[in-house]
Design a protein around this ligand. Structure first.
Ligand code: SF4
Length: 326
């Protein structure tokens, strides 16, 4: 159902998110313990409907169990017990998750446990024959399959969510992923994509002006591809564009551009005050929330409907306070 007025502050339903079961406090770790994440379980849970899974338990390794590790070729490692038994557990591990991986197309994001040879997203050690790890690191075997199967799905490690910029970027991608899949119909018309693109103009521009123009060309009506192919190409380009945090310099350019919409509506001294705050943000003296709140206040009163529906102002729920931290 198209939903052009989507805003994360008025979510109609919680967002389906996959998560490593130990992060929600399930006692599924090798030692019978958990790795409970307060942020995931008590903050993000207001917005996320979690679907938890432990691939090691699903593979039948039991709890508690001997610790596991990756060995061999870092580009295609095998899973073994850390205490050398010579047993290759890779096929057994994958067979426990294969059917489950088939069922995840509805998810809008996935949070995985760091440092796990099964769930880690990056920097997982792969051991050589001599017992030392390779320099080259990899993803855990489950998460590697997950990312191969759903390459546009936002995936992040719980530990990296402590970094304000990485947290902001993950949540931005989750809410955008969710919005696109609920705002743009399964079989859209070109106008549905254009409507979405209009709302995301300034958000995309804050990440990349060339990609904003590239997305516009896709929807110009001159592309001979089918609407289904255009939708896929649009979504892929959008999610790839958002996969890196926006630079402060780009935010400043967008904010200054938005101040231009107040040109005939407010006094020049007011615009100068707003631009001064944008400069404070550029110098790192205030966080993004400060110029954004000030600007949005004036645009709400003096801006057009087009400007006020921009997802740039509320890409994720305001109560999360994300823009107080970047
Ligand atoms: S990190 Fe993954 S495999 Fe390990 S206990 Fe947590 S959910 Fe299970």
């Amino acid at each position: 159902m198209p939903h052009s007025k989507y805003t994360p502050d008025q979510l109609e339903r919680k967002i389906p998110i996959g998560i490593s079961a130990c992060l929600l406090g399930d006692n599924v770790r090798f030692n019978g313990g958990h790795s409970h994440s307060n942020y995931c379980d008590h903050v993000l849970s207001d917005y996320f409907d979690y679907q938890k899974f432990c691939p090691e338990v699903a593979a039948g390794f039991g709890t508690p169990r001997p610790t596991l590790r990756l060995e061999g070729d870092p580009t295609d490692p095998i899973m073994t017990f850390s205490k050398k038994t010579g047993e290759d557990l890779t096929d057994r591990f994958h067979s426990g998750s294969a059917d489950y991986l088939d069922t995840l197309a509805h998810l809008d994001g996935y949070i995985v446990m760091k440092n796990s040879p099964s769930c880690g997203m990056e920097r997982i050690k792969v051991y050589q024959e001599n017992g030392h790890p390779h320099m080259q690191r990899t993803a855990g075997l489950f998460t590697k399959k997950l990312m191969e199967r759903y390459p546009l799905l936002p995936v992040e490690e719980d530990g990296r969510l402590n970094d304000p910029n990485l947290r902001e970027n993950f949540l931005l991608r989750v809410f955008t992923h969710h919005d696109f899949r609920h705002s743009v119909p399964e079989e859209p018309k070109l106008k549905d994509l254009i409507e979405f693109h209009s709302r995301y103009k300034y958000l995309v521009m804050a990440h990349s002006q060339p990609i904003y123009r590239e997305l516009g060309r896709l929807l110009s009506g001159n592309d001979p591809r089918s609407i289904k192919a255009l939708k896929e190409a649009y979504f892929k380009t959008l999610m790839t564009c958002l996969s890196k945090p926006a630079k402060r310099k780009n935010h400043c350019n967008v904010l200054m551009h938005l101040v231009g919409y107040l040109k005939n509506a407010v006094d020049v001294s007011v615009r100068k005050d707003i631009l001064d705050v944008v400069e404070q943000y550029r110098r790192g003296e205030v966080n993004l929330v400060t110029p954004m709140t000030l600007l949005h206040h004036y645009l709400k009163h003096h801006g057009s409907e087009y400007i006020n529906q921009q997802s740039y102002f509320t890409p994720y729920p305001s109560p999360l306070g994300i823009r107080n931290t970047v």
